[in-house]
Ligand binder design. Structure first.
Ligand code: HEM
Length: 526
C-alpha cells in the first residue's frame, strides 16, 4: 500500500520484471552455456540484479547514522499574528503533514538505540510556502558554541585511527579542554542521556531563531516539543542490557506503538524574547550552551504534533529524508548564532554528497507546493519544470509573489516593509572564552533541580564511562571541571573511579564575560 504522506511507487502484488519492465518467469535462473558451463553476458536479468545489488548502499550520515522515523501531522493551535507574519503560523487550526526522523548521534547505522548519546529529533513540516525543517535534539543545550570545534568533538566519539576502537581518553580529553561543554555533560550523563524509546522524549531547537512580522519587527524564538507521554528514561543498567539484547529497541518501540494504534504526540511550545530583553539577559542568546529560564521566559503553547503513520518503505521515506536548518519559510530567519550559521551550510552540503544534487526532488523531500526556479538538470533530475524558460524571461515570466504573469506587479506578499538589524562581524571573539557564567546552570542542576537519587545516578553513570580513562592528566583536568561546578560532585566522581580529589578549574569571573548587544548585532564587552 502506498504511504499516505509520501508517494512511493510500490504495488503490493505485481509481475516480476527486469528493471526495464520486461517480465521474467524465473527469478533464480541465470543463463549459462550448457549444463555446467560459464554464464552468458547477454543475460541482462542476472547482470541487472547483481549490478544493482552492488550499488545498494549510499553513504550513511556522518553523524546521526542510526535512526527511526514516522509521518504525522502538526497543527497550530494558537493565533500567533502578534509575533510573526508566517502564513502557516498565522492561522489557528492550520495543519501540515510532517515526517520525523529520530536518531542517536555518534554510532554507526548498526549501533545500539539505547547508547548514552543525545537523540536527534528532525521534523520536516510541509507548509504551503515550502518545507520548514526543525532539526532539533532532545537536549535544550549543546556541547559547543564555536562551530570549528564540531568535527574535533565528533571525531573523539568515532573510532581511533589506529585501533579502530572507541576510546574514553579521546572523549574526556576533548571535554576537559573545552569546559563550556559541562552543561550538556550534566544532562547527557543524567538518565536523560538514555531515553526510553524515541517517542517518549522532548525535543528542543537549542538555537535561537528570529520570527518576523511584515513591519520588520521580530522576536528571538526557541522551540520546545514536550512528549505527552513525558520524558521517560532508562537506567544505565537497563540501557546497557537492551544494547546487547535488542539494539533496535528504539526503532521497534516507535513502529509497534504506532502500529498498535497509540500514536505518540507532542505539545509544541515557544519561548520568545524581544531584542531589548536579549540585551538585558544574563547570558548571550547566541550561545547554545545556555537555557532561557522558564520563569523569566514562560513556555507559550502553539501547537500539537501527532505521529500516526509508519513508513511503507524505510529507505525512501526516512533514510532519504534530508533535513536542514536552512530549509526555512517566509518570516522565519536564523539568528547569528555561529553554530547555527555553520549548520546552514553543512546540511545541504552533506545532502549533495549523500543523496545527490537533486536531493530536494526525492519524494520525501519534495515540497507540497510547486517549485519554480532556474535550477535545471543534473544527475537524477525528476522535475525539469517543463518547457518554462531556464532564465528570467519576459516572455514566460515567473510570478514573484504578485499577480500571475507579471514580474513586478501585485503585492509582494513576503516582502518585509522594514529591514532589521545590520550584521557586523566580531562574533568570533569570545566563542572559546570560558567564564564563571558557564558553570551557573550546570550548578543549578546539581544543587537545586536534582534530588539525591538523580545526583547518585549521575555520579554512577559518569563513573561507568569515566573509569575507562587511562591518562592521569585527562582524568584530573575533567575532575577540575566538575569541581568548578561543585566540589562535592567532583569528589564523588573521583571516589567512584578511585582517583584522588582535585581543585576547581580556574576561570574568569562572570563580570568579564562578553555580552550580546542585539541592537547592533555585535558582541561588545560590558
Ligand atoms: C545530522 C552537522 C550541530 C542536530 C547532521 C549531519 C551533519 C551535521 C553533517 C548529517 C546530515 C545528513 O547526512 O543527513 C552538524 C554541524 C554542527 C551540528 C556541522 C555544528 C557546527 C547540531 C546541533 C543540533 C543538530 C546543535 C541540534 C540542535 C542534528 C540532527 C541530525 C543531524 C537532528 C539528524 C538529521 C536526520 O535525522 O537526518 N549534523 N551538526 N546538529 N544534526 Fe547536526
Amino acid at each position: 500500500m502506498p504511504s499516505k504522506t509520501i508517494m512511493t511507487i510500490g504495488p503490493e502484488s505485481a509481475h516480476y520484471t527486469t528493471s526495464n519492465g520486461a517480465p521474467v518467469s524465473e527469478p533464480y535462473a541465470a543463463q549459462r552455456l550448457g549444463l555446467l558451463g560459464p554464464l552468458l553476458l547477454q543475460d541482462f536479468h542476472h547482470i541487472d540484479l547483481l549490478a544493482h545489488f552492488d550499488r545498494e548502499r549510499i553513504p550513511e550520515r556522518v553523524v546521526h547514522a542510526k535512526g527511526a522515523g514516522a509521518h504525522g501531522t502538526l497543527q497550530i493551535t494558537e493565533d500567533l499574528t502578534d509575533i510573526t507574519s508566517n502564513p502557516f503560523l498565522c492561522q489557528k487550526g492550520r495543519k501540515a503533514k510532517v515526517t520525523v526522523r529520530f536518531s542517536t548521534v555518534g554510532g554507526e547505522s548498526g549501533s545500539a538505540d539505547t547508547a548514552r548519546d543525545p537523540r536527534g529529533f528532525a521534523i520536516k513540516i510541509r507548509t504551503d510556502d515550502g518545507n520548514w525543517d526543525w532539526v532539533f535534539n532532545n537536549t535544550p543545550v549543546f556541547f559547543i558554541r564555536d562551530p570549528a570545534k564540531f568535527p574535533h568533538f565528533i571525531h573523539t566519539q568515532k573510532r581511533d585511527p589506529q585501533t579502530h576502537l572507541k576510546d574514553a581518553d579521546m572523549f574526556w580529553d576533548y571535554l576537559g579542554q573545552n569546559p563550556e561543554s559541562i552543561h550538556q555533560i550534566m544532562i547527557l550523563f543524567s538518565d536523560r542521556g538514555t531515553p526510553d524509546g524515541y517517542h517518549r522524549m522532548h525535543g528542543y531547537s537549542g538555537h535561537t531563531y528570529k520570527w518576523f512580522k511584515k513591519d520588520g519587527s521580530f522576536v528571538y524564538t526557541q522551540v520546545h516539543l514536550r512528549a505527552e507521554a513525558g520524558f521517560r528514561t532508562l537506567s544505565n543498567a537497563e540501557a546497557g542490557k537492551l544494547a546487547g539484547e535488542n539494539p533496535d529497541y528504539g526503532i521497534e518501540s516507535l513502529f509497534e506503538t504506532i502500529e498498535a494504534g497509540y500514536p505518540p504526540a507532542w505539545n509544541v511550545f515557544i519561548q520568545t524574547m524581544t531584542p531589548e530583553q536579549a540585551e538585558q539577559f544574563r547570558y548571550n542568546i547566541l550561545d547554545l550552551t545556555k537555557v532561557w529560564p522558564h520563569k523569566e521566559f514562560p513556555l507559550r503553547k502553539i501547537g500539537r504534533m501527532v505521529l500516526d503513520e509508519n513508513p511503507q518503505n524505510y529507505f525512501a521515506e526516512i533514510e532519504q529524508a534530508a533535513f536542514s536548518p536552512s530549509h526555512l519559510v517566509p518570516y522565519i530567519e536564523p539568528s547569528a548564532d555561529p553554530v547555527l550559521q555553520s549548520r546552514l551550510f553543512s546540511y545541504p552540503d552533506t545532502h549533495r554528497h549523500r543523496l545527490g544534487t537533486n536531493y530536494q526532488q526525492l519524494p520525501v523531500n519534495s515540497p507540497v507546493n510547486p517549485v519554480a526556479n532556474f535550477q535545471r538538470d543534473g544527475a537524477m533530475t525528476f522535475v525539469s519544470q517543463g518547457a518554462r524558460p531556464n532564465y528570467q524571461s519576459t516572455i514566460v515570466p515567473l510570478r514573484y509573489h504578485g499577480e500571475p504573469g507579471t514580474l513586478e506587479g501585485g503585492a509582494r506578499d513576503f516582502e518585509r516593509e522594514a529591514k532589521h538589524e545590520t550584521f557586523i562581524g566580531a562574533a568570533f571573539r569570545d566563542l572559546s572564552e570560558v567564564t564563571e557564567l558557564d558553570f551557573e546552570q550546570p550548578r543549578a542542576l546539581w544543587e537545586k533541580v536534582w534530588n539525591d537519587a538523580q545526583r547518585e545516578a549521575y555520579v554512577q553513570n559518569v563513573a561507568s564511562h569515566f573509569k575507562g580513562v587511562k591518562n592521569k592528566e585527562i582524568r584530573e583536568r575533567q575532575l577540575s571541571v566538575w569541581a568548578a561546578v561543585d566540589q562535592s560532585l567532583s569528589d564523588r566522581i573521583a571516589k567512584a573511579v578511585g582517583a584522588p580529589t582535585v581543585k576547581p578549574l580556574k576561570v574568569k569571573p562572570a563580570s568579564e564575560a562578553v555580552r550580546f548587544r542585539a541592537n547592533l548585532g555585535v558582541y561588545t564587552s560590558v
